[in-house]
Design a protein around this ligand. Sequence first.
Ligand code: ADP
Length: 605
Amino acid sequence: MRRSGLSLSAKVLTLVLVPLVFQLITLVAIAKLENEAEALLKESIEAKKISDAINLLSQDVYDYIGEFGRDKPMKVMTTRDAHFMMLHDRHTLHYKQLKEMVQSNARLYDSVTKSEQAAYKTFAMIRRLEEIPEEGPDEVQKLRKKLWKEIRRDIKEILGGGLAERAAEQKHLAEVDAAEQARLRDISKQIMILFAVVNTLIAISAALYLTKTIAQRLAILNDNSYRLASDMPLNPQLSGTDEIATVDKTFHNMAQAMKEAAKKERAIIDNARDFICSIDTGGKFSAVNPASQAVLERSPESLLGTHFADYVADGRESVLQILSDLKTLGDTSPVELKMKKADGTIVHVLLSAHFSKEENATFCVIHDITERRKAEMLKQEVMAMVTHDLRTPLSTLRHIFTFLESGSHGTLDKKGTDFVNAGGRNVDRLLALVNDLLDVEKADSGQIDLEKTKVSLTECFDACMASLSAFAESKGVELDFLETDLIVMADEERIDRILNNLVGNAVKFSPKGGKVTLSAVRTLEREIDFAVISVKDQGEGIPEDKLEHIFEKFHQIERRCETTDKGSGLGLAICRAFVQLHGGKIWAESKIGEGSEFKFTIPLA
Ligand code: ADP
């Protein structure tokens, strides 16, 4: 490709301007020639007119000669005759016209004036001749003869003095001008033909040039975009500094950047520990990363083209449903699946899938959670075992302490009674902890069946206040609730438990003289009517970064002055599990130093 230093716009401008300038020059030349031809035409007409007028005058002179140039002319006619008068008048008129015509030509004007003077002199002599009698003495005859001689000489004088030559000159000029004019018009015609030919040549070369420098190079750009899309090497970079070369350079840079980015992405995908794949609309693997070997013990090559559902151990139909729902409903939260390894063993995975409309494919990330599952199951088993194995002996212990406290096995002294009471309280705390643990695990693993009925919130608030009033009083905290007529659809026992936990905490973390308020309002969420129940206190508050974490199991906030009623750290976890079982949510709002407000939602009846 030829190297081009001009910018594209300069090239196009040149291509337009060159023929334009050429066209202008041609037009100016043609106009000049036309003007010259026009002037010549005028000159030729003028010369012809002058030549004609002189000829006419000559004709008049010959008429005179015809009439008066012979002997004894006066016998037939006098100057008073009508014919003579007519000739005289015509003569006067022709001189007048001729003089007007030649005004601008001094030499010609001079000749005409001389001729006119000669003519009038002749007329005057003719008149004199008329007055001399034809018959008479010799002197008279001599005078007549002399006059005749003069008249003849003067008649010659009329056309002499150069007028005849001028007429010939003007005639010649008219002929020359006409020829010159024809020549100019010929040249103008030739220029026009030349212009048409040159213009056509310019147009053809411009078209060829444009095709070569612009169209062909644009075609290369276009081809490059196809090559990029089909992962083929690009054409060599275009030379030059014009816009097309710049675009091509940018395109090459962009392609290089994309290649590098793709390489990095590829490296991330290839080295990912998660099994990443794309599935076509038929549910078959279209791309798979090497992690398939680690997760399913199957090579990417062996998976390509096979159906995703073939490797699902359980719930094949529901997986297919989830994949097809992705196209219509959009992304959903990750789902847990059991998949089959090559040796038939089961692997627990978490499947996150996304359907891409542009690619018309589903992209999946499959995370192996087998180890996590095992750990969870182990934890549950341990929990179940520990809580069960602890609950029975603890209950027995509680009974023993109750017996001892009742005095049915003998009366204890003061110290003995104190020991028994302290032991009883500790057993109670242990039992409460075990029960809490059991509840939270049951709730988390979905082992709790709710017994939902219509529950009046005012009654719940009442019951809660009754059970905690003694505790509040001992802490010097006021309990209050705002009347509400909201009725929820809930398991009353669990609602009471939630309220007891929240109000218990509120009292626990309130300063002496503080107030705890219970209230409920209605709200609409996801087109369902909910009651938002609030427990508000005037305690020290909860730091913002802890507002989420306090709902996790065993999460407690470090406090400068620890309260004597140190809990298990399970109360809020139980509340959250119970609220979620009802389809609601729970959260806390707080400002340090101003108190906290715990809120949860329960569907209205
Ligand atoms: P605990 O048995 O320790 O009370 P919870 O799960 O009920 O366990 O509460 C977790 C932590 O949240 C508490 O230890 C406390 O630090 C904080 N917390 C709960 N309720 C309040 C409240 N009303 N005001 C201040 N802090 C609170």
